[in-house]
Design a protein around this ligand. Structure first.
Ligand code: NAD
Length: 385
């Protein structure tokens, strides 16, 4: 059988390369070691401890490896701005609030979400042996980034899980179905089944047609967005990512018309109205603010059947899906999570592509934390793939 490559993974909404001036320089590829060293230097400059630096840098690196550059090290400039504004707190300690039965509530106190979410999940999962299920409401967290990472974390411990995340702290950026202005945010949802400690399959998606970060990536690369992703300030379709990426003007569309819009609305309600104290309608709008609330459901499959039986049925069903005849123009049916695994393999070998604009933005924020531009840049440039 022919080996699958990433080109088989037709993403829902790929960007369209259109040269638009000086930003359009070809990205260079960097090794994962150099990307992690580069990100780690910047995070330590922000004031993160070695432990937190490792957790956050590993998360961002893996987002780049899985092909989600929107949630990789390109987030560092925004994190730096938030630290400077006092809206993101390095080395924060979470507050563990009430636990009622299987339900845990954790206030991240605006700590780095990548670490806060893992601490909160550890706390919640202590309930699983007694209740066979745990429900976590993580509130007031810094950006948790790639939500699939938390499905992977639960699957590694043998649990099925679902995570719904709303985004407050900035004005809404996604137009609900039927509206010409924004009312919700990109509200991602992720779920996975555990098979031998791996999350397979793993669905991890924004409920907007594309994540906001993909608009930033397109803008930095000088690319246009494909049709169907963006509305301008008048509610008319646009392909230009810059007003949204640079000034948050206009709206992203919800995926799947009224159905995706309805799902995004319920993610907002589960994570914001039920699990936390704010929806995007009520949370103050911070200058560079992104606060995530995450509502997680973690299930022990052995409450239903043996671990092996559930994993076996999951595996068999996935093989059934993969055996379906590919659609015209598609070489193979992929499962959710497969494009990310293929990308991980490919980028581990060939390196992670980073464009000049993104690198410059990261170096610029590092300098504002009194790091030496040449030193930080050198960590990346020394090991091109
Ligand atoms: P996407 O559209 O690239 O992928 C969505 C899902 O579709 C994934 O599970 C992927 O495996 C699957 N998929 C993609 N191509 C496929 C194919 N050809 N066949 C079968 N399945 C396929 O992802 P997205 O919606 O742009 O989201 C990107 C990331 O942004 C996610 O990791 C998400 O968690 C993250 N995000 C985070 C926040 C936040 O505030 N923390 C907000 C929004 C999005």
């Amino acid at each position: 059988m022919q080996a699958l490559t990433l080109s088989h993974a037709t993403r829902q909404c790929p960007t369209v390369s259109v040269a638009r001036g000086s930003r359009m320089s070809k990205p260079s590829n960097y090794t994962k070691e150099s990307v992690k060293a580069f990100a780690s230097a910047v995070l330590q400059g922000f004031g993160c401890s070695k432990l937190e630096t490792d957790v956050v840098a590993s998360h961002l690196l893996d987002a780049n490896l899985t092909g989600h550059d929107s949630h990789g090290i390109g987030m560092l400039p925004m994190y730096g701005e938030q630290v400077l504004d006092g809206n993101l707190v390095p080395d924060q300690a979470p507050r563990f609030l009430d636990t009622t039965g299987a339900i845990s509530i954790v206030d991240a106190q605006r700590g780095f979400g990548h670490r806060m979410a893992l601490l909160a999940l550890d706390h919640a999962m202590r309930n699983v042996p007694e209740h066979r299920v745990a429900i976590l409401a993580l509130r007031n967290s810094g950006h948790v980034s790639r939500v699939g990472a938390y499905s992977e974390y639960c699957a590694a411990q043998g649990y099925v899980s679902m995570h719904m995340v709303n985004v407050v702290g900035h004005a809404p950026i996604v137009a609900p179905f039927g509206a010409r202005e924004s009312g919700i945010s990109t509200n991602p949802i992720s779920m996975a089944m555990p098979v031998d400690g791996r999350a397979e399959p793993l669905l991890d998606m924004a409920t907007s047609t594309v994540a906001f970060g993909k608009v930033r990536v397109a803008s930095n690369k000088g690319e246009k967005m494909p049709p169907g992703c963006l509305l301008d300030e008048q509610g008319l379709e646009t392909l230009d990512p810059d007003p949204m990426a640079l000034s948050r003007l206009g709206s992203l569309s919800a995926f799947g018309a009224h159905k995706g819009s309805g799902l995004g609305l319920f993610v907002e309600l589960m994570a914001g109205a039920l699990g936390s104290t704010d929806t995007v309608a009520t949370m103050e709008h911070l200058p560079h603010g992104v606060i995530n609330n995450m509502f997680s459901i973690i299930i022990d499959p052995t409450a239903f059947d043996s671990r092996e039986a559930v994993a076996g049925r999951t595996h068999d069903f996935c093989q059934f899906i993969k055996s379906r005849a590919p659609a015209a123009g598609t070489q193979s049916v992929l499962l959710p999570g497969e494009p990310e695994n293929l990308s991980r393999d490919q980028r581990t070998t060939s390196g992670i592509p980073l464009d000049v604009q993104t690198i410059n933005q990261i170096v610029d924020i590092a300098v504002r934390f009194e790091l030496q531009a040449d030193t930080v840049r050198g960590l990346l440039e020394s090991k091109r793939a």
